[in-house]
Design a protein around this ligand. Structure first.
Ligand code: GUN
Length: 291
């Protein structure tokens, strides 16, 4: 029987344990605060940000939302970030990606106070992670590590193949799994759109992570017998539903599940973990800043 990895259940456990830490901080007079910043009219981004706000309310994190007009100059966004950097009640700042074209994303990532950078995207935090002394692990890679741990999937000595080289998922996950650490010590191969003989490489994986942003392109023929398959994809494809679309992963679930020992569904796999780890980083940010 293939195990269906339940991200909702693991995320709920993480939120539960965070509630206790938040209560302790409260008793010390600290309420963790997260600011979300949106400068985009992408409906998916709007949905993500509102879910993050709801998650905060559920565990007792104070959240505020800043929305910048999509045709405003970049300076408007920078002004808002400067204010949040200076606000002692805000411990975490999340600028939802992608941003509108007139904004220089790299400048934005540099402008968030590294201590408030709960996404872990600031170059200082990226550098720390690569060097093996991370402060904030990016939420999706960290969520994947927590899922593997919850299902006793050993990373030490495992052949991990990550398909996708984004700064948000592929690259940080590869670095984390490579670390000399209990939740690392893997042998990691990172594949991407120019990789040759992709299926040959993916079939060799003990742990296969699909994070390329292409609907259902990993099928059972690309999965080795007994592998653990982690599907990071969230792709909207046209469908005859109320909304006119449905969400599918980067993995063709049915055929991959026929080969895998364990596999994450979409939705209900990695997505809830990403959201839970944002709460985790926000609580960590509040602890660091109130010390
Ligand atoms: N867009 C897609 N994933 C993410 C994420 O983890 N953080 C932010 N800020 N934007 C995203």
């Amino acid at each position: 029987m293939t195990t269906r990895i339940d991200g909702n259940a693991v995320a709920a456990d993480i939120r539960e344990s965070l509630t206790e830490r938040i209560d302790t901080l409260e008793s010390e007079g600290v309420t963790p605060g997260l600011a979300t910043v949106l400068m985009s009219d992408d409906p998916a981004s709007e949905t993500y940000v509102s879910m993050k706000q709801r998650d905060c309310a559920e565990v007792g994190i104070e959240s505020t939302h800043v929305e910048i007009d999509t045709d405003a100059p970049a300076e408007k966004l920078h002004g808002a970030i400067d204010e949040l950097n200076a606000d002692p009640e805000i411990h975490g700042i999340l600028v939802q990606m992608p941003l509108v074209d007139q904004v220089d994303t790299r400048r934005v990532l540099r402008s968030v106070d590294p201590l408030k950078d709960v996404d872990g995207f600031h170059p200082e935090n990226v550098g720390r992670l690569v060097a093996g002394h991370d402060r904030y692990r990016p939420c999706t890679p960290h969520g994947i590590q927590k899922l593997l741990e919850a299902y006793d999937v050993e990373t030490e000595g495992a052949d991990v193949v990550v398909v996708g080289r984004s700064n948000i998922v592929g690259k940080p996950l590869a670095n984390l799994l490579l670390q000399k650490a209990e939740d690392g010590n893997a042998t990691v191969t990172v594949c991407h759109s120019r990789t040759e003989d992709l299926a040959e490489k993916t079939r060799n994986a003990d742990i296969l992570v699909a994070a390329a942003g292409r609907a259902e392109f990993i099928d059972g023929g690309m999965v080795g017998e007994g592998a653990t398959v982690i599907d990071v994809g969230v792709n909207r494809v046209d469908a005859d539903t109320e909304k006119g679309y449905e969400l599918v992963g980067d993995v063709d679930y049915e055929s991959a599940a026929g080969k895998a020992e364990a596999i994450t569904p979409v939705p209900g796999g990695v997505g809830p973990m990403t959201r839970a780890m944002l709460l985790y980083n926000t609580v960590k940010a509040a602890s660091i800043q109130s010390d």
